[in-house]
Ligand binder design. Structure first.
Ligand code: PLP
Length: 484
């Protein structure tokens, strides 16, 4: 019998109270910090697009003895004994993922989004470069290659091409950004967005792909406020013989919740899809890979190729979160995330603010703060002073570079989980515009405008916190969870 919601809140309260007592008996400062983190999250407007609030069931699943188990290998084929329960967990996580996303294969081991991307890249290299090379050399195992041939294969693996979205257009570090390993292990080029519209220009992308001929075309983003047409991405990949990899880390929840369907759903179009499980998907911090049957064998070799022992306790929590994401309630949630992003964008636009691409049709909004005379860094800090938690972000062709930036990225997944709707998000826009309109840049020693320091007018932080508290109190985080 499943517990009624009020029973669940009472059970959760008692579980956490007791857990914190156990922790405090060893290191009370960690118990205190844990309590304080809940208080801080409860009291702030969390608008970071990559964050969410996982359910108590997901959180509790992570705190178990599965953490103690080594299970290198794959289901039924481990390098350690006694992995039968980990096999159950990993199988459930993969089965839920396959069913939820309609994928042919799922791999639940990556510890994070970056691990998932690195594993996917090496799986594609194994599929497209290493496999054919070994076949050509007539050997099954790379250890059987002569030293000279091994050197040639290593050279070949290290000289492949990757085309991904540039960081300032909304791509992720792992999509070929030079300081990241992806920009070093591949010859990389980046595609951007149209300077006028801020949108992906598929014709320009096609032309670039035809010229560059990448082995891998990466679609997906961290800060692009629009949906992507994956049918077009597939066409482009096919025209140049590239493997299409989609990183849906940010919008996996919108795919799971069936907000992104047809050509907006990457799964039927991509060879390999990677994701995190902790953003809009609302699971534990972790990664996940979906693949076609063709790529499954090589993705399954994530360990030993890239990974060591899987985090079995996190895989268990992934299974719980994926089970949650299959429910109708999650579909409603995902639709609300997208509707709320529209409300937030409209709230900004009606108050005269400037948005990259002029709006949104996913879960995030990118506000260009140059019209307030601020850098992203100043805006981020002023908002934080007022209890509004966001992160600064580059805008296309950002004049302030990747550190100071000119944008603030807002996301709706977390506050939608708390129950915020249209009116609250409109109010959030009002509060943000009020804070930024009352912030002025500081002055450098030589009298110029500072990119870092700022002055928030007196009284604005308190006023904003009071207005936020009214909304936050109506939509408590983890209602009924009482640690007192
Ligand atoms: N891919 C995308 C598109 C992301 O936005 C992120 C994180 O922000 C990642 C990958 C990396 O995820 P993680 O922080 O779990 O390594």
């Amino acid at each position: 019998m499943t517990a009624a919601p009020t029973d669940l809140a009472a059970l959760t309260s008692s579980a956490y109270k007791q857990a914190l007592e156990v922790i405090a008996s060893v290191e009370p400062r960690i118990a205190d910090a844990t309590r304080q983190e809940l208080a801080d999250q409860r009291a702030s407007l969390k608008l970071i697009a990559s964050e969410n609030y996982a359910s108590p069931a997901v959180l509790l699943t992570m705190g178990t003895w599965f953490s103690d188990k080594y299970a290198e290998g794959t289901v039924g084929h481990r390098f350690y004994a006694g992995c039968q329960n980990v096999d159950t967990v990993e199988t459930l996580a993969a089965e839920h993922a396959k069913e939820l996303f309609g994928a042919e294969y799922a791999y639940a081991q990556p510890h994070s989004g970056i691990d998932a991307n690195l594993t996917a890249y090496w799986a594609i290299l194994a599929q497209r470069v290493e496999g054919p090379w070994l076949e050509n050399a007539g050997v099954k195992n790379m250890n059987d290659l002569s030293d000279a041939d091994w050197e040639k294969l290593r050279h070949e693996l290290g000289n492949q091409r990757l085309l991904g979205m540039s960081l300032d257009s909304g791509g992720h570090l792992t999509h070929g950004f030079r300081p990241n390993i992806s920009g070093k292990m591949f010859h990389q080029q980046q595609y951007g967005t149209d300077p006028e519209t801020g949108l992906i220009d598929y014709d320009a992308l096609r032309a670039k792909a035809k010229e560059f001929k990448p082995l891998i075309l990466v679609a997906g983003y961290s800060a692009y406020p629009r949906r992507v047409n994956f049918a077009k991405m597939r066409e482009i990949a096919d025209e140049v013989g590239a493997t299409l990899m989609v990183d849906m880390a940010h919008f996996a929840g919108l795919v799971a919740g069936k907000v992104f369907q047809g050509e907006e759903n990457p799964v039927p179009y991509a060879d390999v899809v990677t994701t995190t499980t902790h953003k809009s998907l609302r699971g534990p911090r972790g990664g996940l890979i979906l693949a076609t049957k063709e790529y499954a064998g090589n993705v399954d070799r994530g360990c030993p190729m890239v990974l060591g022992g899987p985090l079995s306790h996190v895989m268990a929590a992934k299974a719980v979160a994926l089970a949650e994401a299959k429910t109708e309630a999650f579909q409603t949630y995902a639709q609300n995330v997208a509707d709320n992003a529209k409300s937030l964008a409209e709230g900004f636009l009606t108050r005269g603010a400037k948005l990259v691409t002029g709006g949104t049709d996913n879960h995030l909004v990118l506000l260009d703060v140059t019209s307030f005379g601020l850098t992203g860094r100043q805006a981020e800090q002023a908002l934080l002073d007022a209890g509004v938690v966001t992160n600064r972000n580059s805008v296309p062709a950002d004049p302030n570079g990747a550190w100071y930036t000119s944008g603030i990225r807002f996301g709706t997944p977390a506050l939608t989980t708390r129950g915020f709707g249209h009116d609250e998000f409109d109010n959030v826009a009002e509060l943000v515009v009020d804070v930024l309109s009352n912030t002025t840049p500081g002055v450098t020693k030589d009298g110029g405008a500072s990119k870092a320091t700022y002055k928030l007018a007196d009284g604005i932080a308190d006023k904003t916190r009071a207005a936020s508290a009214e909304m936050l109190d109506k939509h408590p985080l983890y209602p009924g969870l009482d640690l007192a």
